[in-house]
Design a protein around this ligand. Sequence first.
Ligand code: MN
Length: 741
Amino acid sequence: MMRQYELVERVSRYNPNTDEALLNKAYVYAMQKHGSQTRASGDPYFSHPLEVAAILTDMKLDDATVAVALLHDTIEDTDATRAEIDKLFGEEIGKLVDGLTKIKRLDLESRKAKQAENFRKLLLAIADDVRVLLVKLADRLHNMRTLHHMPEHKRGRIAEETMEIYAPLAGRMGMQEVREELEDISFETLYPEAFETIKERLGQLREKNQSLIADIETDLQERLAARGITAEVSGREKRPYSIFRKMQQKSLGFEQLSDIYGFRIIVTTVEACYRVLGVVHTAWPCVPGRFKDYISTPKQNDYRSIHTTVVGPKRQRVELQVRTYAMHRINENGIAAHALYKDGVTGGRDISQLSTDSRAYAWLRSTIDMLSQGDTPEEFLEHTKLELFHDQVFCFTPKGRLIALPKGATPIDFAYAVHTDIGNTCVGCKVNGHITSLVTELNNGDEVEVVRSQAQTPPPAWENIAVTGKARAAIRRATRASAKKQYGGLGKHILERAFERCEKHFVEAELEPYLAHFDKETTQDLIVAVGRGEVSASSVLTTLYPDAETDGIAERAVEVLPAGSASEGWFEVSEGASVKFKIPEAGNESANSLPIRGLTNSLPVRFAPNGGAVPGDRIVGILSPDVGITIYPIQSPDLKEFDDQPDRWLDVRWDIDPDAPERFPAQISVFAVNEPGSLATITKVISDCSGNIDNLKMIRQASDFHEMLIDLEVWDLKHLNRILNHLRSKPNVSKAVRVNG
Ligand code: MN
């Protein structure tokens, strides 16, 4: 364990004006507070804050940051209080330790769904002072270095969180060294086999290419020296995680990865960087598309360097990075290096000065500002597109609640993510104020408003549209429940009708004694089975009344089509089987079917009495004990009446045979000027458009205009709209609209 004087020495090496008393006081205080506490490794707990402080001295940070590192776990893990720390070390340090305490509490609940929220809180916790983040990253780095001491079941979660939040954040802050080490340890923990394989291969390659790195280093050095350029050249293997990521991104095998080696050439001036580039490109052919000049255009995290890939002396592709010493310091240590570079060796630096120099810090600052000012969500997201969010989209409820979803998620997933009830009653949505299809893929920043109807049950086909497990499971559950309800309603009706024909009265309770016979547990199960067509109504009837005359009663209420003949997800009963029903016309047993799928053959069907329904309308069937099934266009206001009776709603749709077109009923209301020939004009327009008039009723006849209701027969919605448009184009027609459609 590092001694007190050793720590002070480390700091005074880069900061001669260091406040030794402060460091000593923090050292003693933290050591006493942690007392006999130990870590998972068995080491005294105090060794941890001490190591964190050491990491920060490597980054050459100021006294306050080093002191905070020593104190960072005292409030959370010992009897130390914020007030006490304020009193002993001043409010600046107290505030920093407090920020770290807040972040530590966050770590406890880092589940996937909470990531966005956690990330937000993390940024807010570091809002006042970026040093909180620096200490936090050093804290995490030491915890990762000692992760193997943790119980195995805890390692995965910590490594995952590191990979998803802390490593990208370190990268975003330009701290490449910290990022790479965090990534490699997480990688080794999360994918031990992949890590070992890559390490082994790297070892083999090292064996084979033994002197390759040294040879290229020498070669480069000599060529540069010949041109009078003094440069520091160093070669290295890429890090295991960086190789793994490349293999994944490009779907390449290890052998196909050509640039395992990277070389850094560090020079004193920017001008020298470009001269180096000239030397390199003259000596070896460069690989097209690999040249990048981050000196003229720095990365958002302040990274500056020239990148190029060449085919080197041994036909080996090598990546070269050319930079100055000043750039290198910032490339490796990001905002931490910035702090030092800006303020030289004086302690107590003013963090706000960073903002003028550091793009990474400016990014952090503006992100935090937006969070605290509650700026627009779009802007917030635009600025927080970190690597950790790449496979996620972030959307908002109209009240501004953030909902994180996997990429590819639809408004259906969104609805279920908000609440299962909202998903189950979702019938439509508005995205950014516009009515949008429920199958639309959501984008970052979208505001999604879910349109709900209590009458809705989620269609089974949604299961294939939703991408979240939560939505899928809920849809499956709801469909099963609703299918059961629907079949229950159908079954009951079928039984009632069958009993009626034999002049019996159907009473559910009377099924009770026969449940075992049908191998059912409840009377409802039996009724559902009848609805599904698994049990025929006549068999129920003859079981209860062996003498009953069952001729003329359909053996099966429904005809189950073989799997595959049904269209996608439509009124699905179970694995692949969907149900097709045929309907006899009222009073006529010869099954003359309506071209609508999803109906039972034992129930009469009619179109909505007010307004009808035509192909092109989205339709639903409403089951009524007295009239059978009535088909309504989904937008019909008459449907409101059934809103609270979801079990009466049947999912139906058109099944038109294009070779045998039929006409369908629709009703229109027309206001026309009361003048000679007006009515004739209207009927002529309709017949010119080849519409049939079934009935015409004068509703009002005033001295200046008529209102009339016309029952039409049309081919489909397009045909109906054509008629309406032609009517509206006539000067004597003031209004022509569809009724309830
Ligand atoms: Mn700690």
